[in-house]
Design a protein around this ligand. Structure first.
Ligand code: GAL
Length: 849
């Protein structure tokens, strides 16, 4: 064969093969499981669990030795699937502290899993990836100790290979200890996030081994830099070719159109070596990731040895530019974006800390509807899925590492492990999360005790910069003067200020910080209970808090006050409201946790006042077990405040919202103030058709319209709002009839019969005409028919001690929640019913796929 023919034949073959390869991806796109190795499978099913140490009733059960041994008799242990929170089943106990939810989360938990890896996999590396285990995890395989990871919020990998028996039964044992962990909120307990089994060739892309950046981005093209760390865990030196192809990634995580390919990188890698490779590609006409259209790409990296693909690794990423300025705020893709964020703890209400994708998706949808565009993962690394959802749904994320450093806020918090673990935990966070387009700010802490410590601040900032120089590093300050005066803030790229926003002009005048972009890392801390309204200046009653959205702790302010402050300083980046959702624990102002005092470290008089309040709370021991800070309650039902934020954050969305409800038989002819949130600029209120006057918002000053002299008469309250003189939105609140029936509405009509998919069903107590009856709290019994089960129930009442697993509970101000799932692998129709004595029962149907 002559050379020319050979060349053409080969080129033709390459073209055909290339086209087939390309087509395969196009015609049979397979959704990627998650960032990382192609051979990643869920390892959540079939675990055994036993609890030692502190028991739910406060007694102790001795922890025997040898629980990690392969032959240990674990037949009597509880069978369960992960994620699992051993404390959420309670019971709530009045003697336990409100700060951590009055739930018995302290204890020693053991998990064991029997499993087999195919004999044909012999020679591979086998890892288990834990997304998070609370806390002080220690791991053994077949009785042999493999390793530990104390911080319950970090994701970590354990290498099983050295002690794994291929083709035979293996036993993985995990010991968790929350007795030696302290928290200011409910942390949960157990292997509360997903676990994955990963099998790779001995030569593979390292754990979190890719780092993708986009140093140049224009409308015409984007330069994509890909750093890949290759790990050789074999006993041989090898010549490897690393190739990366870039695809568009659709909303269902399928790689679609191939948009670029990097040049091959050829390396020789020695046994035991980790080698960093770099490559580059250009994407033409890149589609930017943004809040409105969160476009994603995925890099597929393959390692080839002797012509064979030995490893495939996926890295989703996005293309966007970030600019943080002291004068013009924050710019995403060159456009000013005001940060309209919420802080959120990690629990998912009635599900506890056990991670669930449906539950988090529901939360983020609600936040999006409110106009929230950013999430602060207060005060710890989130579940990886939070970032995946944020990437997909278009949220910016303030990704936070710690609530304390070397000096703790509580005895056994992070301070106990800081010295040994802070660098590893920071690296675990940054390496895991640095490819997510949603992550735009790193935070090294929240209100840590060492806010004034120049060296420590710089040390932590340096670690993060070393691992990712492309994003700014911040810290949430509640001692901003201290931090600025000492110079600790100099090391930060961004200043995060909790609650002291109004002192900005003084700080702007300090030349050291003239170019330091600043934002409200925590704001407002308004507290309220959904559907509770008190009059005549009363804000607190029966361990509940008025929903007029005026109550706040000494360091906080109402949403309106915060909006006014923000309007005065338009050069600031925005705010993170404390909090989007109510969470388990920290039921301020009924919280006796002494760490509240930290908010007044610089103000002795306020501290004294708070100390007195704390003494009183301790004496009265309130039943409150979850927070009142949420804009949305623990069950996921919006409080009135939701509409305050929606009105302000979505100015182009026509809406109006009246509060309170209009069922006040005891207030006939008494003054009953009416407040209206609207995205319009003026509104007229009518009671039974009679105008109570038109009110106009003063721009930058008014964020609600108030009719404070309304004399209550039953009937119909109607508001008509206007914008720029044109009709904009209306809302109506009616005095209802007596309770008559229960109506159920499911958040989805169809659910999957996989292990995790959940349906959230709202139950409303209504009158004959279907209006929710306020202040109605009848006891409701839930039942289910068909291939499903009730997972939990709730009603958003922060003082309820009814177990979340109960199938009967009272409504709270006319509403309750029931969460159901389908039986694994089942098909058919689930019918969920709710019954209450004297009321017409309600039902809803859900299709199981
Ligand atoms: C802040 C603190 C938060 C939460 C909040 C309540 O000082 O950072 O974690 O405790 O107060 O207002």
């Amino acid at each position: 064969m002559n050379c020319k023919r050979f060349f053409f034949r080969t080129a033709f073959l390459i073209l055909i093969l290339g086209t087939i390869g390309f087509k395969q991806v196009l015609s049979q796109p397979k959704a990627i499981v998650r960032m990382g190795s192609l051979n990643t499978v869920s390892f959540d099913q079939g675990w055994l669990f036993a609890r030692y140490g502190l028991q739910p009733d406060g007694t102790r059960k001795e922890e025997p030795s040898g629980l990690e041994a392969s032959g240990f008799e674990d037949i009597s242990w509880k069978k369960l699937n992960l994620p699992h929170d051993w404390a959420i089943t309670g019971p709530f106990r009045i003697d336990l502290e409100g700060a951590t939810g009055k739930l018995p989360w302290k204890g020693i938990g053991w998990y064991r899993k029997h499993f087999t890896v195919n004999g044909s996999d012999a020679g591979k590396r086998v890892f288990v990836d834990f997304d998070g285990a609370m806390a002080n995890a220690k791991v053994w395989l077949n009785g042999k100790y493999i390793g530990t990871w104390p911080y319950g919020y970090s994701s970590f990998r354990m290498d099983l290979t050295p002690f794994l028996q291929f083709g035979k039964e293996n036993v993985l044992a995990v010991r968790l200890d929350t007795e030696n962990w302290d928290s200011r909120w409910y942390p949960g307990a157990g292997i509360y996030r997903h676990v994955w089994l990963v099998k790779t060739d001995p030569i593979h892309v390292n754990h979190y081994g890719t780092y993708i950046t986009t140093p140049q981005v224009s409308d015409q093209n984007a330069v994509v830099n890909i750093e890949t760390t290759i790990n050789n865990q074999s006993l041989k030196s090898e010549k490897a070719i690393v190739k990366t192809s870039l695809f568009e990634l659709d909303a269902s995580d399928k790689p679609t159109l191939k948009v670029a390919v990097t040049k091959d990188t050829i390396i020789v890698i020695n046994p035991g070596e980790k080698k960093l490779t770099s490559s580059r590609a250009v994407i033409d006409m890149p589609k930017r990731w943004s809040i409105e259209s969160p476009h994603r790409y995925v890099a597929q990296t393959t390692i080839h040895i002797k012509g064979k693909v030995v490893d495939t690794y996926f890295t989703p990423f996005g293309i966007r530019t970030l600019e943080f300025t002291a004068k013009n705020g924050f710019l995403l893709n060159g456009k000013r974006v005001q940060i309209q964020g919420t802080c959120n703890h990690h629990d998912l209400g009635a599900l506890g800390a056990a991670f669930n994708l449906s539950a988090l998706t529901r939360q983020l949808k609600l936040l999006k509807e409110m106009g929230c565009n950013s999430l602060r993962t207060s005060h710890n690394p989130p579940a990886p899925e939070l970032l995946e959802l944020a990437d997909k749904m278009g949220f910016l994320v303030w990704d936070e590492a710690f609530d304390s450093w070397k000096k703790g806020k509580r005895k056994n918090d992070y301070n106990k492990i800081f010295d040994e673990w802070h660098e590893k935990d920071l690296m675990a966070l940054v390496h895991r999360d640095r490819n997510h387009p949603s992550v735009f700010i790193w935070s090294i802490g929240n209100e840590v005790m060492e806010q004034q410590n120049v060296e420590l601040t710089k040390h932590l900032v340096d670690i993060v910069h070393r691992e990712d120089p492309t994003r700014p590093v911040s810290n949430g300050y509640n001692d901003p003067d201290g931090g600025r005066n000492s110079g600790a803030v100099v090391a930060l790229d961004l200043m995060g200020v909790n609650y002291f926003f109004d002192q900005q002009p003084r700080w702007d005048a300090d030349p050291r910080y003239a170019n330091k972009p600043t934002l409200g890392s925590e704001t407002s801390s308004c507290v309220s209970s959904r559907g509770e309204y008190f009059f005549g200046g009363t804000e607190y009653k029966n361990w509940q808090i008025t929903s007029y959205d005026v109550a706040k702790p000494g360091w906080g302010c109402s949403p309106d006050e915060q909006f006014r402050t923000n309007a005065k300083y338009p050069h600031l980046l925005g705010e993170y409201v404390w909090t989007g959702f109510d969470y388990l624990g920290e039921p301020t102002p009924y919280n006796s946790d002494e760490t509240n005092l930290l908010n007044f470290r610089a103000d002795a008089s306020k501290k004294e006042e708070l100390e007195k309040q704390l003494a009183l709370i301790r004496k009265n021991n309130p039943p409150s077990r979850s927070s009142y800070f949420g804009i949305i309650d623990l069950a996921g039902f919006p409080k009135d405040r939701f509409y305050s934020y929606q009105a302000h954050w979505r100015p182009d969305f026509p809406m109006a919202h009246i509060l309170p409800h209009w069922n006040w038989p005891e207030r006939i002819d008494s003054i009953t103030p009416v407040h209206v949130y609207t995205s319009g600029d003026e509104a007229e209120l009518f009671l039974n058709g009679k105008s109570l006057g038109r009110k106009i918002k003063a721009p930058g000053k008014d964020f609600r319209l108030v009719w404070d002299k309304v004399m209550y008469k039953p009937g119909v309250l109607k508001v008509v709002s206007y914008k720029n003189g044109k009709l904009w939105a209306t809302d109506v609140v009616k005095t209802t009839g007596v309770m008559s029936k229960l109506t159920l509405s499911a958040d989805r009509k169809t659910i999957k019969s996989d292990k995790d998919d959940l349906c959230f069903i709202t139950v409303k107590v209504t009158d004959e005409s279907g209006l929710i009856v306020p202040r109605s709290n009848p006891s409701i019994r839930f039942s289910i028919e068909g291939p499903g089960e009730i997972v939990a129930t709730d009603n958003g009442d922060a003082t309820s001690f009814v177990s979340f697993q109960n199938h009967e509970r009272p409504a709270f101000n006319g509403m309750a929640l029931v969460i159901v799932k389908a039986r694994k692998g089942a098909k058919g129709i689930i019918t969920v019913k709710a019954e209450s004595k004297g009321l017409t029962r309600g039902a809803t149907k859900i299709q199981v796929q």
